[in-house]
Ligand binder design. Structure first.
Ligand SMILES: [Zn+2]
Ligand SMILES: [Zn+2]
Length: 179
């Protein structure tokens, strides 16, 4: 189980949060946020309804990272956020998860723990791959973001649905041009 590397839950959780908060038609209410935490192995039980605002603020703040077309822009987004986030890295082996790094202070509440982990995981991804593993979905009319932590790393769409829709459209266009 990858816990501390950029392949850990932080990158996928950041993507889900940005899409929930800034994607058209997505739900960023407390229950939707709780589900994002649960699906990405964060301690969703600690989530209080009044935490929603802190998560929504982070989701909006992270969107420019995915929209960045220059590496320097993406680095600036992450650096600015990391500098205003209290960090206090320490090792923990709670809940039989094996030894792994926590980035927020031990006493930090869930929103800060989530913020610290997602920022560190996104930063590790950028150090290794630059902007090659994240972006805004390439499908027409889709504003959702994605990150690709697979080995191949060729992803350009937020979902299979968007990839398929785009491929079908390209196929039809080719047939129209070459009847
Ligand atoms: Zn932990
Ligand atoms: Zn899409």
């Amino acid at each position: 189980m990858h816990i501390t590397g950029y392949r850990s839950h932080g990158v996928a959780a950041a993507v889900a949060l940005v899409n929930a908060v800034t994607g058209s038609g997505d739900d960023d209410g407390p229950d939707a946020l709780r589900e994002i935490l649960r699906a990405n192995n964060f301690f969703w039980q600690d989530f209080q309804d009044h935490d929603a605002e802190a998560f929504q603020i982070l989701g909006r703040a992270l969107r420019p990272f995915f929209e960045a077309t220059e590496l320097a822009q993406a680095v600036e987004v992450l650096n600015d956020l990391m500098l205003e986030t209290p960090m206090h890295p320490h090792l923990s082996g709670h809940d039989n998860l094996g030894l792994h790094l926590h980035y927020a202070p031990p006493s930090a509440k869930l929103p800060l723990r989530f913020r610290a982990t997602t920022l560190m995981n996104l930063s590790a991804m950028v150090c290794e791959h630059g902007l090659g593993r994240s972006g805004v979905c390439a499908a027409e009319g889709c504003d959702r973001v994605y990150a690709d932590t697979s080995r191949a790393g060729r992803r350009r769409f937020c979902s299979e649905a968007c990839a398929n829709r785009t491929n079908v459209a390209a196929f039809r266009a080719r047939r129209r041009n070459n009847p």
